[in-house]
Ligand binder design. Structure first.
Ligand code: SF4
Length: 341
């Protein structure tokens, strides 16, 4: 958009939101699995500039009604509360129809604020935080260099809820590798059972070859999980989550079983039955489905019943194996997943 600065990323659920960039990049920028803002030097935008952008967008979008706004980039909560309150005030003045103002927030940025500060932000309209906890395991948080520990994750989540905010927690299936798969599932569920966020947003991990975790894969200290192993991890994770009024969100193409979504209070058994349906398939069918999903030929498990699609996947697998008879489909599927983020 002409003369308005927009950042590169927003959550999938914010596709219709007004975007307002308050920082550039991520001030931490050191997580070993993340390349989102690697090329961007972190800076806070001068407040006058940001407010000017809000005013310009009000002009540009005259006649369009926005009900939600997302504050970019990686963690707006790192900003001083006064700064954020001024931004929120400008947003409410220029866009009075806004019902939701949302942002990414690191757990340690939340806990650096006091509860009254979070409540003031909530009252001023900031009512939904997207937090990348990734895992509830201290061991894995250290492995991925997240920069905070599980007690901060739990404390930040509870504070956000106490302040009356809507809370989304992103978690990564497969982020501990085969070595810490069970730990990831069980301990992450344990943390979420305490926090009870409104949304649990699950993503399968895709390890980028150029990342530090990619290095760990090459030196043998981190073992990639097959698609089936990640689904097994997901089953344990879901089994350990208590029934709660929280939505299990599966909104990204990177996840194998897109059907696994619903409210944990009412839909847990149904979600587990989808996982079971996949895990009960014969090994060659599981592989056919996984490869078909990664090649974007299958979308849902029911697509396995469609002969034309099955044939298409089988032909592609044959072609791949002809080119390289030693193809490791675990590596191939990871390679495709990492390209989707
Ligand atoms: S995962 Fe989040 S906190 Fe970590 S480097 Fe990426 S944007 Fe920053």
């Amino acid at each position: 958009m002409k003369n308005v600065e927009i950042g590169p990323i927003r959550p999938p659920s914010e596709s219709n939101s007004l975007l307002v960039r308050v920082t550039r990049g991520c001030h931490w920028n050191k997580c070993y699995f993340c390349g989102l803002y690697k090329s961007i030097q972190f800076s806070m935008r001068p407040i006058e500039e940001t407010i000017e952008d809000i005013a310009k967008q009000a002009q540009l979008y005259k006649g369009r009604t926005f009900t939600s706004c997302f504050l970019q980039d990686g963690d707006a909560l790192v900003l001083k509360t006064d700064y954020l309150l001024r931004i929120l005030d400008a947003l409410n003045r220029y866009f009075p129809s806004l019902q939701y103002i949302t942002t990414y927030a690191r757990a340690d940025s939340i806990t650096r604020k006091t509860l009254p500060e979070l409540q003031a932000l909530r009252q001023a309209g900031l009512n939904h935080l997207y937090c990348g906890m990734e895992t509830g395991s201290d061991q894995i948080l250290k492995l991925i260099n997240k920069g905070f520990q599980a007690d901060t994750v739990v404390q930040s989540g509870c504070m956000a809820k106490e302040a009356g905010m809507i809370l989304s927690e992103f978690i990564l299936l497969g982020i501990g590798g085969r070595e810490l798969s069970e730990e990831n599932a069980a301990v992450t569920a344990e943390a979420l059972n305490i926090i009870r966020p409104d949304y649990i947003r699950v993503h399968a991990t895709g390890i980028k070859p150029e990342s530090k975790l990619g290095e760990f894969v090459r030196n043998g200290s981190f073992t990639l999980q097959s698609e089936e192993e990640i689904v097994e991890e997901q089953r344990l994770f879901l089994q350990r989550l208590q029934p709660m009024d929280s939505f299990y969100v599966n909104e990204h193409i990177i996840n194998l079983l897109l059907e696994v979504r619903g409210n944990l209070q009412t839909d847990k058994a149904q979600m587990l039955s989808v996982i079971e349906r996949f895990l009960q398939l014969p090994p060659d069918e599981k592989l056919l489905f996984a490869v078909g999903r990664r090649l974007n030929i299958f979308l849902l498990l029911d697509d396995l019943k469609k002969p034309a699609l099955r044939q298409q996947v089988a032909d592609n697998m044959q072609r791949i194996l002809k080119q390289n008879p030693n193809t490791d489909f675990t590596v191939l599927c990871n390679y495709i997943r990492q390209s989707q983020i």
